[in-house]
Design a protein around this ligand. Structure first.
Ligand code: GLP
Length: 242
């Protein structure tokens, strides 16, 4: 694992945007793995800024696969990850909606929705660069502490801490769904390059456990230690525990 300490969250976003653009320039039909949460937003804004400035690559042929989705939200709910990724990145980049895939919580057979998503990911040729954030409890996507290190896309129940952390995207923590569909840790490990972004003091503890602690389901993000090409971009506040 390569840990890259940077001067600010802006530098994290710049380097993350450089990495994503390089992947698309190398492979115009690259499969990009996208994350939600606040952390990647600066990166997304930087990609959009470059796109509008005419300096970015063409995104016409890329495929995007998101990590996770809430179960039980009405279609089009602004807090859903499908709506979030469209609003924050793929619509502004002009990526057609049919090229943006995510675990589908509206499927009639929810229990097998994970299997179908895995098949779709495989058919697309696998993820080139997977952008990741880290939860304050060390979760990756919605793989909460205790998740199997080899897990695949499936339904999970959110930890109370995560529902509280994500309450800001809803009216209150009571409105945050309890269940989600999420790529497993085993799914995430199949991406060819993992790019974890960690910014702000709230991530310092979880990041230290992920990078320097033992490989353990107690800190799901520690699975990055198993990956042959994992990069961690970190600002000074998040690096405090390293
Ligand atoms: C959510 C997402 C994760 C994300 C995490 C951290 O729980 N499912 O993929 O990494 O939030 O979010 P933030 O970047 O807002 O701290």
């Amino acid at each position: 694992m390569e840990v890259v300490p940077l001067e600010s969250d802006t530098e994290v976003a710049t380097l993350a945007a450089d990495t994503i653009e390089a992947a698309v320039r190398t492979r115009p039909d690259a499969v990009l793995g996208l994350a939600t949460g606040s952390t990647p937003l600066l990166t997304y804004r930087e990609l959009i800024r470059r796109h509008h400035a005419g300096t970015g690559p063409s995104y016409a042929r890329v495929w995007c696969f998101t990590l996770d989705e809430y179960v039980g939200l009405p279609p089009g709910h602004p807090g859903s990850y499908r709506a979030t990724i469209a609003r924050e990145l793929t619509d502004p980049l002009g990526i057609p909606a049919e090229r943006v895939r995510g675990p589908d919580p509206t499927e009639a057979h929810l229990a097998s929705a994970g299997e179908r998503y895995e098949a779709e990911l495989k058919a697309a040729g696998g993820v080139e660069v997977q952008l990741l954030g880290i939860g304050s409890d060390g979760h990756l996507a919605f793989n909460e502490p205790g998740s199997s290190l080899g897990s695949l896309t499936r339904i999970k129940t959110l930890a109370e801490q995560t529902r509280q952390d994500n309450a800001r995207f809803f009216g209150s923590s009571d409105e945050v769904p309890r269940h989600v569909l999420t790529q497993g840790l085993g799914t995430i490990l199949r991406a060819r390059h993992l790019l974890l972004l960690a910014t702000g003091p709230g991530k310092a503890h979880a990041l230290a456990a992920a990078v320097e602690g033992p490989l353990s389901a107690t800190c799901p993000a520690s699975v990055l230690q198993l990956h042959p090409h994992a990069t961690v971009l970190v600002d000074p506040a998040a690096a405090q525990g390293l």
